[in-house]
Write a protein that binds this ligand. Structure first.
Ligand code: DHB
Length: 392
């Protein structure tokens, strides 16, 4: 067994793990990051595309990359569409903020390139990862060169996604978990076509929810509500476009169509675990919480965790006071539950639930009218969508 020592061992080389490793490096703290996926696998998994203003500032101010502002697209608003009418929520006017359309895969590429340029120790494609969460935490794995390796550290970080092995290392009696399932999923796909609209459109229709998002001027990303057991292979291009037209077209608005790729079914789940710290191990991002995709909070929440985690870790490593680690859960959870509520709320406001009564449908229309027809209602959505600036 090859044994290495570092200060912080990080399981997971997605945006949360890499951002933390990067911020620690800037504070003079070394870390080792491992991931069972290869660089190629992470870089080619299509994920969400919207960054809150605070996420963009973190990427730019910490020197990861300015590609997000030079190549990303600033969006000053979104559209809620219902009853065949578009209602724009103007973020700049309402809260003086914006979001950026910049795919998560690009955030990963920027972070991976920055860690590489800074000589960071990031190991992709490892296998058999296990963690030891005692007083001297460690992670063991088979490295990509086949050598069994043990990394001992002062702190262990679980940034290893919703199937986290780190979370599962916390004894069940200590964890509290909150969980909610939804009776629907999203069918997501890429369309090679020009933009249909300059901003994102979240649509509620009698046939179910649809979202028009973007990737590049020639490539669009779209989603429509489907059943959780929907199979991608049952959907021809014609069938997909027929479904989209039913939900979105009308009253002078028409989608631009084109060849389809990257189709997938995205499950919906709300999940939170607490505490997010056990002894010398701390969890970040999807390892501790997942949100349904409506509103694109997942990556943003992971980066917000990491911002807090970086502060807590640097303070702890400077003076060794374990009480400092104890504040992490409360500080992170405040934002986690706000984002949980927002994602749940956007989901239930815009999706059609099987078995909805006539009352439920009219009430949902009333809710949309309240949000789009009132400056206060619209500002509530705008503040949450662009990211709560003044929260802990
Ligand atoms: C995208 C995904 C989302 O979940 C969302 O709310 C907005 C945009 C996207 O993939 O572009």
């Amino acid at each position: 067994m090859r044994t290495l020592r570092t200060r912080v061992a990080i399981v997971g080389a997605g945006p949360a793990g890499l951002m933390l490793s990067h911020l620690l490096h800037r504070s003079g703290i070394e870390s080792v990051v491992v991931d069972h996926r290869t660089h190629e696998q992470i870089a080619t998994t299509i994920r969400a595309g919207i960054l809150e203003a605070g996420s963009v500032r973190l990427l730019v101010d910490s020197g990861v990359s300015d590609r997000v502002v030079t190549e990303g697209d600033r969006h000053d608003g979104v559209v809620l569409r219902f009853d065949d009418e578009n209602h724009r929520i103007d973020f700049q006017d309402l809260v003086g903020e914006s979001v950026w359309l910049y795919p998560q895969t690009d955030v990963f590429l920027d972070l991976a390139a920055r860690r590489k340029a800074d000589g960071g120790d990031v190991r992709y494609g490892v296998s058999d990862t296990a963690v030891d969460i005692g007083d001297r935490p460690a992670m063991t794995f088979t490295d990509s060169d086949g050598v069994a390796t043990r990394v001992e550290a002062e702190l262990l970080i679980g940034a290893d996604g919703s199937h986290s092995i780190c979370r599962r290392a916390i004894p069940p009696g200590i964890r509290t978990e909150w969980f909610r399932e939804y009776p629907f999923a999203w069918f997501g796909f890429l369309a090679e076509a020009p933009q249909s609209h300059p901003e994102l459109i979240y649509t509620r229709s009698a046939h179910g929810f649809a979202l028009i998002s973007q990737r590049t001027p020639a490539m669009q990303r779209m989603y429509f509500q489907c059943s959780p057991d929907e199979r991608v292979e049952d959907w021809s291009e014609d069938r997909i476009w027929a479904e989209m037209r039913k939900r979105v077209n009308g009253n002078g608005f028409e989608l631009n169509e084109g060849p389809i790729s990257g189709a997938m079914v995205l499950p919906f789940r709300s999940f939170v675990t607490a505490p997010m710290r056990h002894g010398r191990m701390l969890l970040a991002g999807d390892a501790a919480h997942t949100v349904p995709p409506t509103g694109a909070k997942g990556l943003n929440l992971a980066l917000a965790d990491v911002r807090v985690l970086h502060e807590v870790i640097t303070e702890f490593l400077a003076d060794g006071d374990e009480d400092v680690l104890g504040v992490y859960t409360d500080r992170a959870l405040d934002r986690v539950w706000k984002a949980q509520h927002f994602s749940y709320w956007m989901t239930t406001m815009l999706h059609s639930a099987a078995g909805a009564t006539a009352f439920d449908i009219e009430r949902q229309r009333g809710e949309l009218s309240l949000i789009t027809g009132s400056r206060h209602g619209a500002a509530y959505l705008a503040e949450a969508y662009t990211g709560w600036q003044h929260s802990k």
